[in-house]
Ligand binder design. Structure first.
Ligand code: HEM
Length: 101
């Protein structure tokens, strides 16, 4: 099984039978999921900044409040993305090699 455009499904099937691989992929998946949920916050803060700049405030927060929140949230996102990037580093290296080949 597994579509040619979906090589990961084969790897996940293999991981179910390999405890070490399973643990590693589960940690990676948990981080990616956390990043996805946190991304909703990025959308909210971005839209909030725009609405607050248009109407003076949004849900009681001024544009400056949103911008302050945004810079702090950005730091958390940057940390999470760096971890995510670290966990995917080997794949990224292979992708770049592949792109250049
Ligand atoms: C909201 C932010 C992000 C989300 C939700 C997200 C989600 C994902 C998902 C679902 C995968 C595949 C599963 C996995 O490997 O865990 C992935 C892989 C990857 N991500 Fe992200 N990602 C985000 C941001 C980023 C950023 C900013 C970078 C680069 C700076 C990045 C670099 C990568 C790389 C290199 C891979 C592996 C590439 C591959 O599998 O082809 N990600 N990401």
């Amino acid at each position: 099984m597994g579509d040619i455009m979906d090589p990961m499904s084969k790897i996940f099937e293999e991981a179910k039978r390999n405890p070490k691989m399973k643990k590693k992929l589960k940690i990676k998946a948990a981080f990616t999921l956390l990043l996805s949920v946190m991304f909703l916050g990025v959308i909210f803060i971005t839209v909030g900044t725009i609405l607050a700049s248009k109407h003076g405030s949004f849900i009681g927060m001024t544009q400056l409040d949103f911008l302050k929140l945004r810079s702090r949230y950005g730091l958390i996102m940057t940390a999470l993305i760096l971890i995510h990037l670290g966990m995917n580093w080997n794949i990224l290296k292979k992708e770049i090699e592949f792109l250049m080949s």
